[in-house]
Design a protein. Structure first.
Length: 366
């Protein structure tokens, strides 16, 4: 078998037709020499490397391949759940990417920034706290040029408030506005002054704070949206709303007087709520009594009228009899409650012409 292999020129494919087994023959195709191709590529690469081909081609080529693979793999990057990826190509914004594993063309072609988009940022207007100014005692410094504002009824109010915001679009946030903190501050101060200028001082200091905060938040958001800032306002929180320090004592006296006025007003309303229903009840009672009296009088008058008509009809039929009956009935009514004594002038002898009716009535009663 070995002899047979040698007889074929030491090649598993045998000796090509017209050749001697080393590829020098003619008359048929021959397979490519892979080793020769690799050596040729290495020689070309070595020409561009220090030391040329003397340093050995295979180790240098392997190193280059590894470096290329490392460079390609460096384009992988991870965006955390609280971040957004911002891809830049030669410094120009290209796109934003969401949390997870992403890929970009490696440096120096593309680069990535991953700002925190869920972090809540705070901007204080009208005052500076320890967090802002570096105080170590926990003190708060007032900033009058930011906090003093003119109200709609031409009063001055000293108002401190805080604005809370997050990044909504990282691409716009990084490249549409130059100073995000300053932009938020300017928009917040403008919006609050606009709202305060439309409000009276009393609601600002008392029950109107919630509506002022909501309206201010809406105006700030509209301003930032016009700038394409990529910022979302999450809350506006009023920290303090007082009159200026120079007049705060006088204002408190006014507030106390107003509170007394409100208390007196409430007491008067309570008294009115007690008296008015009772007066209405009495009035209703009087009206009902008058209505009943009216019905009684009308019914009585109607009865008298009916009786008169009945008597009148009888009178037309028998005038003499009706007159006598009416006379007798009238005398009966007139004399009913009068003490009467009857004297008969035509009484016979032996008869006392005197009849004491009251005495007889008393005897009958006893």
């Amino acid at each position: 078998m070995v002899d047979d292999f040698k007889s074929r020129g030491g090649s598993p494919w045998g000796t090509p037709p017209g050749g001697d087994g080393n590829g020098s023959g003619r008359g048929g195709p021959r397979p490519p020499d892979i080793d020769a191709i690799i050596r040729d590529i290495q020689n070309k690469i070595n020409k561009f490397l220090p030391g040329g081909s003397k340093s050995g081609g295979k180790p240098i080529g392997l190193i280059l391949i590894i470096l290329v693979l490392v460079w390609v793999a460096s384009g992988l990057y991870r965006v955390l759940p609280d971040e957004q990826g911002v891809v830049l190509r030669f410094g120009k914004f290209v796109k934003t990417t969401q949390p997870g594993l992403n890929y970009h063309i490696p440096m120096p072609i593309e680069s990535v920034q991953t700002p925190k988009v869920t972090k809540v940022n705070r901007m204080d207007i009208g005052f500076r706290s320890e967090r802002d100014s570096g105080f170590t005692s926990g003190a708060v410094a007032d900033v009058p040029e930011e906090s003093l504002m003119l109200t709609g009824d031409e009063n001055i109010v000293n108002i401190d408030f805080s604005v809370f915001w997050v990044i909504k679009d990282a691409g716009k946030f990084l490249f549409k506005i130059q100073d995000p903190q300053g932009t938020v501050k300017a928009a917040a101060e403008t919006a609050m002054r606009e709202v305060i200028a439309k409000s009276a001082i009393q609601p600002i200091l008392t029950e109107g704070r919630a509506s002022i905060e909501i309206e201010t938040q809406e105006i700030i958001q509209s301003i930032l949206d016009e700038y394409n800032s990529g910022i979302e306002i999450t809350q506006v929180q009023t920290q303090k709303a007082d009159p200026p320090d120079q007049v705060i004592d006088a204002f408190r006296d006014v507030q106390a007087a107003r509170a007394d006025m409100e208390r007196s007003k409430n007491e008067a309303e309570a008294y009115a709520n007690d008296v008015i229903p009772r007066a209405r009840g009495e009035a209703q009672k009087i009206l009902q009594a008058a209505e009943a009296y009216k019905k009684e009088v009308v019914a009585k008058a109607e009865g008298e009228a009916s009786r008169f008509l009945a008597i009148y009809n009888e009178y037309k039929n028998a005038k003499q009899v009706t007159q006598e009956r009416m006379y007798l009935e009238t005398m009966e009514k007139v004399l009913a409650d009068i003490d009467k004594v009857i004297i008969e002038k035509n009484a016979g002898s032996g008869v006392v012409p005197y009849l004491p009716l009251p005495e007889l009535k008393k005897k009958v009663t006893n």
